[in-house]
Design a protein around this ligand. Structure first.
Ligand code: HEM
Length: 250
């Protein structure tokens, strides 16, 4: 891969993807709050849905937390706790591998259900199917990194990915250069991962925000009103009304 392309894909594209992810999610929440859901078809083929959904969600949550901790914890913290690079690499392979396989099995079941049942198929949008396929392909590339990582059990490659991620989130230069010489399998996996951030606001994945957003709104006394298009506005108005009614303390 040319130096310029490497710099563009792994030095600049991460910021494009994360900006679209954050602003896109915010815009969708404000402009179309009632499309912020899974668009579930859970009344149809329940047994298959439950198994597929559980495998998918448990697997992806473990992979997500593993990536977050594994890539973003400063190396000095692992060193301070005496956790060697080799041990961390083996943990990533074993825990990430098992969780990745669970998630892949879940996606296979969900895709089979979505594509083979005519009623569910009719009710699935292009984005519903495309995001499942994208996540499945991403998982395949993630799992394909394992044989490569088995060739670097000392964790030497892993340290490059940590340096990349930490330079990106701390806005330091040289992030793309840190991974310039890694295998194309890692590079495709990382590119697809960033692309998932980019398309996130335009898919049913936005429902992931529901738990933290509901928690924050509940703590601040907000209530979502079903008033058609202006839900977020109504929520703000309700909060203001509640605040005005609350007796002044002290
Ligand atoms: C921007 C997003 C992502 C980045 C930068 C990223 C990066 C990486 C890296 C560097 C590895 C190799 C870890 C190592 O062996 O040291 C890896 C492995 C893996 N990734 Fe990702 N990934 C991303 C998103 C995802 C997503 C969305 C999934 C699942 C749908 C996923 C699934 C996996 C799996 C199953 C493995 C193999 C097991 C493991 O090492 O944890 N990744 N990823």
């Amino acid at each position: 891969m040319s130096g310029y392309l490497n710099e563009f894909l792994y030095g600049y594209y991460p910021y494009v993807a994360v900006t679209v992810f954050l602003l896109g999610s915010l815009a969708r929440y404000d402009l179309a709050p009632y499309t912020w859901k899974t668009g579930s078809s859970q009344l149809l083929r329940r047994g298959q849905l439950r198994l597929g959904s559980n495998l998918f969600h448990i697997g992806i949550l473990i992979v997500f937390v593993g990536h977050l901790v594994g890539l973003l914890t400063p190396i000095a913290v692992f060193d301070a706790f005496g956790i060697g690079h080799g041990f961390k690499q083996v943990m990533a392979i074993v825990v990430g591998g098992v969780a990745g396989l669970m998630c892949l099995a879940g996606i296979a079941i969900l895709l089979h259900r979505r594509l083979t049942d005519p009623r569910i198929r009719r009710n699935s949008s292009f984005a519903d199917n495309a995001i499942l396929i994208l996540l499945g392909v991403q998982l395949l590339f993630g799992l394909l990194t394992i044989p490569l990582s088995l060739g670097h059990l000392d964790g030497s490659e892993m340290v490059k990915f940590m340096a990349w991620a930490q330079r990106i989130v701390t806005f330091q230069g040289g992030a793309a250069a840190a991974i310039a010489d890694v295998s194309f399998v890692f590079k495709i996996h990382m590119f697809l991962g960033l692309t998932i951030f980019l398309v996130f606001p335009f898919t049913r994945l936005v429902h992931v925000w529901s738990a933290p957003v509901r928690y924050i709104l509940a703590r601040r006394g907000y209530q979502i009103m079903r008033t058609g298009g202006g839900g977020a506005v109504a929520a703000r108005e309700t909060a203001a009304r509640l605040a005005a009614r609350r007796p002044a303390c002290g």
